[in-house]
Design a protein around this ligand. Sequence first.
Ligand code: NIG
Ligand code: FE
Length: 411
Amino acid sequence: MKLLLINIKELLQVREDASLKVSGAAMKELPLLREAWLLVKNGMINDYGTMDSLPVFKGFKTVDCTGKTVLPSWCDSHTHLVYAGNREQEFVDRINGKTYQEIAESGGGIVNSAKKLQATSAASLFQQAEKRLVEVMKLGTGAIEIKSGYGLTTDAEIKMLRVAKQLAEAYPITIKTTFLGAHAVPAEYKGNKDGYMDLVCNEMLPKIAEAKLADYVDIFCEEGYFTVEDTERLLTEAKRYGLIPKIHVNQFNAIGGVAAGVKHNALSVDHLEVVTDEDIKVLQGSETMPVALPACSFFLSIPYTPGRQLIDAGLPLALATDYNPGSTPSGNMNFVVAAACIKMKLTPEEAINAATINGAYAMGISETHGSITKGKVANLIITKKIPSYGYLPYSFGSNCIDTVICNGKIL
Ligand code: NIG
Ligand code: FE
């Protein structure tokens, strides 16, 4: 489909340069064109400019964007979108005073989701995940990372990743997959974490790598889950298969996961609700993207990632949903952007940079996604008529999206 968007009130995140991420003070800048046009051809951003210099184009479907803002689609670099059922009961248990950790220790949490997933057919898993995917696409997500980690057996981990691959075939959205076998120690290995790590490293990892089911590798580096030693072991093994790390660190405790990730050239270190000065120093000397998940903090009532502090220290920051049944049963990037402004004190410019170009970086696709750049994939959000882009996080909870374009096609 050839599309010509005209009369765009604000065309956001226009970048001629090839920068793959934005860091520190540069995150305050959101380059834009006012009264603009944009041409989409063969699924790509072909050209753009301002209305006073609109060339004559023939054979294009024209979309009038008067009063509307156009921006690149959200890049959600951290989700667990393939899961079975829900954990509504744990939500109520937490309202009644139990903590996330207490629920996990009594057999709930990740292990609870694993039990459900193991008993669910691939076809049913696909149907459940597909519903969520379509919902987030309508909410403006144009690229998404999906992790395994609710299987916790070789077969169930493979089943999850195959479902994620099927979704990638069935829908125009870009999907990256991550192997998160080391998400929790399953009941069968209670008291034998090393035995489970052997299974993850010696059986799951080779099989998954051989079948090319994962782009990245992840581990939940946290007290009560996996140690820094486990993390280093897995990342060392994964490197042999060319799997780059994107890891869960510092959600509840800073135990050295950030340094381990950076040492192994992690593409991203995610969560970071707890951050030490040492973590910041380590990140400053790296190409690793810190990723904040404010919807998780909101849902669990835990601290928010000190995003303001990270950016003020000159670091980049990405925002993602963490969509999963336990800590974040929402894949709404619009809410994430608003929460980052409201709770983490990011400016709208910083939050939009974090959810587009930096999100793309955190999933290894910023050469093709995350900005309005000629030759990048035409993944676009057209808003309803809004006063200006700051209205997006300001009007949190409202849906400001009018139209979504994914791979050059109107959804
Ligand atoms: O990123 N923290 C680890 N994993 C997920 C939540 C897992 C769950 O509770 O099901 C997260 O928050
Ligand atoms: Fe997560």
